[in-house]
Write a protein that binds this ligand. Structure first.
Ligand SMILES: Cc1ncc(COP(=O)(O)O)c(C=O)c1O
Length: 386
């Protein structure tokens, strides 16, 4: 194993469980066929794997039907499908300033072309919004409420069940960005009244890069339109894209290599159990937070309540160096990989006091207590050297 000390799991998880590497290697060497195109033993094996993976994901997030599970290529792809596929000219959308750019930019794109109107609810100093603040923005023309579950900057989570209850009383659909929560926090798609749930497969689900998912309930399916057209392997005699779930949204060859890895990753998470994943991450994060809190010139941006700690995300400010320089010294002098800057969240920073960006550590299931001790020592050393 390399000497690499990786604390950038909120960007993408590393390492993956061995079962993920094995499954990918085995597929590429021994199977290597596409999904839903050919017939025979190997295509059948892949068809079965994809079917089972949809069921596992459905179970993991509490959805009701595995046909609601659409595979995409990353979290951004899922959010683009939800936003562009759902909205029509004249619609009003509510979102929050805590969102990732993969929500903010598609909305801004449509707004700049005068196709939609957008209300942006300002988050609090941890990156959360209340259900009441969302409710206050609802209009008869509101067709979508797009809310982040767990902030990729602060690690704080919104109370989606409360927001879901409010949105359910309106004519809008609720889109939740679960990029930083799926696989490590409980999600109940049906009970929380979520209509569309978007997430990547390559973070806490341990799939490889190039995997993602959008789950769409029956009500939202009535409005969602594909944003790309092409072959699905079915109804090949017709040049019309038929709206059959989930095929119509998965045109072209699947990233089967990625899905095989994702399947092994999801299986790993289901076997480990969300509670034990959250517990381990919470323990590591708490140790790190308690260590760096004692260091001069380090100001935490993230909260310290249990749920916040279980996200594994800790961001801080330091006056000694620009965040990018701080992270660069950690990398070059200590081989510690973390991330600095604005973290693709353009609008959150004025609320959380990090307008010049912040340093983010994001822990994974495979980090160890000795790595945390090294990280605390490294942060101490850099912050006292400048
Ligand atoms: C909260 C959040 N939403 C969306 C995304 C986009 O996911 P992807 O990188 O898979 O496109 C990320 C990625 O970091 C994220 O943290």
């Amino acid at each position: 194993m390399s000497e690499r000390i990786y604390f950038d799991n909120a960007a993408t998880s590393w390492p993956k469980p061995d079962a993920v590497y094995d499954a990918i290697d085995r597929f590429q060497r021994e199977v290597g066929v596409g999904f839903g195109r050919s017939t025979g033993a190997k295509p059948d094996q892949i068809r079965q794997m994809v079917l089972t993976l949809r069921q596992k994901l459905k179970t993991l997030v509490g959805a009701s039907n595995s046909d609601e599970v659409i595979f995409t290529f990353n979290g951004t792809d899922s959010l683009n499908l939800a936003i562009h596929g759902h909205l029509r000219p004249g619609d009003h959308v509510i979102t929050t300033t805590a969102e990732h750019n993969s929500v903010l930019r598609p909305l801004r794109h449509l707004e700049d072309r005068n196709l939609i109107e957008v209300s942006r609810v300002t988050c609090d100093d941890h990156g959360r919004v209340s259900a009441a603040a969302i409710q206050a923005e609802l209009r008869p023309s509101t067709k979508l409420v797009a809310v982040i579950h767990t902030s990729n900057v602060t690690g704080a989570s919104n109370l989606i069940q409360e927001i879901g209850a409010v949105v359910k009383e309106s004519s809008a659909m609720l889109l939740v960005d679960a990029a930083q929560s799926v696989g490590q926090q409980h999600i109940d798609f049906t009970k929380w009244n979520v209509d569309m749930l978007a997430f990547p497969g390559h973070k806490s689900l341990f799939g490889p890069l190039g995997t993602g998912c959008l789950i769409v309930n029956e009500e939202a399916q009535k409005r969602l339109r594909p944003i790309r057209q092409g072959g699905t392997g079915a109804s090949s005699h017709s040049d019309e894209n038929q709206i059959i779930y989930p095929d119509a949204f998965e045109v072209g060859n699947h990233n089967v290599l990625g899905l095989v890895g994702l399947d092994a990753g999801v299986e790993f998470v289901l076997n480990a159990g969300i509670d034990s994943v959250a517990k381990k991450k919470g323990m590591l994060t708490e140790k790190f937070v308690s260590g760096i809190s004692k260091i001069n010139n380090i100001e935490l941006v993230s909260g310290t309540d249990l749920e916040n700690l279980e996200s594994g995300i800790v961001s801080f400010l330091t006056p000694v160096l620009a965040s990018s320089e701080f992270a660069s010294v950690l990398d070059h002098a200590f081989q510690i990989e973390c991330r600095a800057g604005h973290h693709c969240a353009a609008l959150i920073h004025p609320s959380i006091g990090s307008s010049d960006g912040c340093v983010r550590f994001s822990f994974g299931l495979f980090n160890t207590e000795s790595e945390i001790a090294l990280a605390i020592g490294a942060v101490q050393s850099v912050s006292s050297s400048f």
